[in-house]
Ligand binder design. Sequence first.
Ligand SMILES: Cc1cc2nc3c(=O)[nH]c(=O)nc-3n(C[C@H](O)[C@H](O)[C@H](O)COP(=O)(O)OP(=O)(O)OC[C@H]3O[C@@H](n4cnc5c(N)ncnc54)[C@H](O)[C@@H]3O)c2cc1C
Length: 519
Amino acid sequence: MKREFTLLQKQQFDLLVCGGGIYGAWTAYDAALRGLKVAIVEQGDWASATSSASSKLIHGGLRYLESYDFKLVRKALAERQMLLKIAPHRVWPLRFGVPVYSDSRIGRLKLKAGLMLYDFLAGIPGSKMAHHYFNRRNFSSRFSFLDTFGLKGGFSYSDAQTDDARLALELIAGAVAAGAVCVNYCSLNSVGSRQGQVYGSTVKDQLNDATAEIHARQIVYTSGQWATESAKSRSWCRVTKGVHLVMPAALTDEALLLTAKADGRVFFMIPWYGKTIVGTTDTDYTGDIKHVVAEEKDVAYLLNAVNHYLKTAWTGADVISSYAGLRVMKRSEKTSPSAVSRDWELRTASNGVHYSIGGKITSAREDAATIVDKVCAELGMDVPCASRRLFPLAPEEDYTAWFVAKSQQAAQLNIDAESSKWLLRRHGKRSSEILNDVKNNAALGERIFPTVPLIYADLLFCARHEMVVHLDDLLRRRMPLIILNKIKHAELNNLAQFVSSELGWDASMIKREVEACSI
Ligand SMILES: Cc1cc2nc3c(=O)[nH]c(=O)nc-3n(C[C@H](O)[C@H](O)[C@H](O)COP(=O)(O)OP(=O)(O)OC[C@H]3O[C@@H](n4cnc5c(N)ncnc54)[C@H](O)[C@@H]3O)c2cc1C
């Protein structure tokens, strides 16, 4: 996947997509699969905003049942089931435990009713994915770090997990393969209209300030929180901030759904590349949309919430890293941000420009298909959607058989089992190329950091093939090394040196990239 800004200038596009988060990525992929001439521009790196700052769940959202949002839950669960099938390397099952304590806000019977409904809406009652109840002894043996004072037992139910940044990236790669022009570090500056109808826009290459005029018959803004920059679209949105902490390993293969004692909100502990993600917060946001950070009070809230459940409390020193993102939701006067619906909508302005507002990673594919249906209708085209069937890097053979065969190959190359599992999830059918690199150079099969299941061959592959511009793109989104580790300056420098020839960096570039990454 190469970044080629000049390709934007040479053609008339059917569709220009502004914003390369998950909504833009699915829209570009879906439209390109239907044969539209598509361009997508992203002002930063792919998925550099909210789409890499999520809880990384592909889920119906058990908690939305409390607000009777059945339509939203059913839609998301249908997408979850479909993604588990068409993209098994990218979206994998994850079970969640829900402890029941004597003082739990939601008691055993109510929880049981909710989980029955959740399984029913997913179409899985009676299957091995359905929920189970465990008594106190069995539940605490699944989660030995949990405080057992007042514990009565707990449920286990099914949902799914992804790597959010790689999901968006893989769709961009799929869009490129289907003929789309995809350029990161390129901002859409202004939209050109003639007689009240849009005909294209000007874009700016963020790497050298070059500008270009793009001709496009339809334009869609999938710009997330940047929708609030225009007075018109701002009136459609409410923005809230969500923070996650990355903590040391605690869980094995099962996550936990917990309730914060302070305010009764639901939050998660989720296993992630061998570490634990704790989150999220949900607070109204009026600050700078370009610099969203975890504040001390967010960290304190999450530590306080999780420590209530732990035998041995975590302190600030245990926090490996944190990340923050903004949810854009349809405007609502509900006082609590958590009570506002996560549903999505498409708005079209009088000049014909479309705006995607709100949504979830889980249901972004279906929403993107709705965007492309609308675009096709405007263009007078009638082409069926194919994104429900085709996923870019999904192995063609039976997934379990493929996974076993590739894991054996990795084991023969001395790649440890955990690194091999993540490698196969991360690269799907392209993992073969990485295994080949290890075959040619055994040292590339070693872990970069002992406690993180990511190997050197993966790092080189990402630098070589995945449109990396800055060190931060590589170490935060292509592979989340910065998020999973407290990396020292010297280590950053070594990693930058290691990939410098792939990225054409000289000594001064390396220095600049390392400085920018350390901030
Ligand atoms: C804390 C948190 C946890 C979440 N957890 C989950 C979860 O577990 N599961 C789930 O399903 N959903 C989850 N969500 C919701 C989900 O993350 C969002 O709905 C989704 O990421 C929004 O994607 P997007 O593409 O609309 O926006 P974004 O990811 O914000 O992408 C918009 C992009 O547009 C670009 N852009 C803006 N203006 C321009 C311009 N002028 N030119 C070029 N590019 C531009 C931006 O740089 C940005 O990258 C969570 C949300 C939050 C905040």
